[in-house]
Design a protein around this ligand. Structure first.
Ligand code: TRP
Length: 336
């Protein structure tokens, strides 16, 4: 049986937080242990340039994001772990695909439309004000990321489903014209993965600046957890756990037995402060060892760089010959 290829990209414009961990990193690392899949994970730094024009931030993210995945135990022998910008075939494929992508398709992209709508709401004379070509055509870059490795399954958040549909459209058009080169990928949105609420009650996200960094020192982590907003029920009152961000976070880290125990305590009446303390303990138990590894790794950028280089070599063993075929398919080839 041919192994399925699973691939996903991680934008590198910030410090990984608890929401990234439960929503993307933890499930991806678990999935990468499956012997029946070929997995590709990469730092999508060309994507980061769309929104982040701070070189220090981009550079630091390369270190922090790679160190995070390695500290959490990603097996880089089983999976291919690399940085997008280390694979020059990706931007090259992006251009070839750009020439096969209808402009109308890009006009319909949610991220672009949202930016236009924001301009219209501000009554700006130019609906495209502040919109770069990077933002406009980034679904094509994402298509190249995916099609380069003939990924079958792409684990993503809901907001990325449209990009997968576009990827399939672009691939089909190319295949129709130049022959069957690309596999058609599917998005996988795991409804069971937890989406954490941030400190202000909205989804935990870098864009809202409401997040708790994953590898804060123990004391600082506890302090942040104590800041999670709860309702004002008195300690002895039975606690409402339905729709409670704090409880949901507990559920995302605790074992089913611990969750059952906590439900019981909530029904009996427990102070929110105690729930927070227990939440801190389960999180700390789960990530404590990884935090130590992370702190060591972050001191050793040369090592991280060597891991990324090996990953890039592994990825390029595929992308170089594959891109050669694509070049030939479109008629770009040496003479004689
Ligand atoms: N755009 C994705 C996000 O914001 C990240 C990403 C870039 C990606 N390239 C990808 C995800 C390819 C899956 C496959 O989450």
């Amino acid at each position: 049986m041919k192994k399925m290829t699973v691939l996903t990209g991680i934008t590198t414009s910030g410090t990984p937080h608890l929401g990234n961990y439960v929503g993307a990193i933890r499930p991806a690392i678990e999935a990468s242990r499956d012997e029946n899949v070929n997995s590709y994970y990469f730092l999508a730094d060309f994507h980061s340039l769309i929104k982040c024009h701070d070189p220090a931030r981009i550079h630091q993210s390369r270190l922090e994001v790679a160190a995070t995945w390695l500290a959490l135990g990603l097996d880089t022998d089983k999976s291919t772990f690399y940085c997008q910008s280390d694979i020059p075939e990706i931007p090259e494929l992006t251009w070839i695909l750009t020439c096969m992508t209808a402009k109308g398709l890009m006009n319909r992209a949610h991220a672009y439309k949202a930016a236009v709508q924001a301009n219209e709401e501000e009554k700006s004379v130019d609906p495209d004000k502040g919109i770069t070509m990077g933002l406009y055509s980034y679904p094509i870059l994402m298509a190249a990321d995916i099609l380069m490795f003939n990924a079958n399954i792409v684990p993503v958040g809901r907001d990325q489903i449209q990009h997968l549909e576009m990827t399939r459209d672009i691939a089909q058009r190319f295949n129709h014209h130049f022959g069957e080169h690309f596999a058609l990928p599917e998005a996988r949105v795991d409804e069971s993965t937890a989406v954490l609420t941030g400190l202000d009650g909205r989804k935990m996200s870098k864009s809202y600046n409401n997040y708790i960094p994953l590898f804060l020192p123990e004391k600082a982590l506890r302090k942040q957890i104590m800041k999670i907003v709860t309702n004002s029920q008195a300690p002895e009152e039975p606690k409402e756990t339905e729709g409670c961000a704090l409880f949901d976070m507990y559920r995302a880290f605790a074992t089913p037995d611990q969750v059952a125990g906590m439900l019981h305590k909530c029904a009996q009446g427990i102070g929110w402060g105690h729930v927070k303390q227990e939440l801190f303990e389960v999180i700390n138990a789960q990530i404590g060892d990884a935090r130590e590894k992370y702190n060591d790794l972050i001191q050793n950028p040369v090592y991280i760089e060597s891991v990324l280089n090996q990953g890039a070599e592994k990825a390029r063993a595929h992308s170089r010959p594959f891109l050669d075929k694509i070049r030939q398919a479109v008629g770009i080839a040496p003479l004689g």
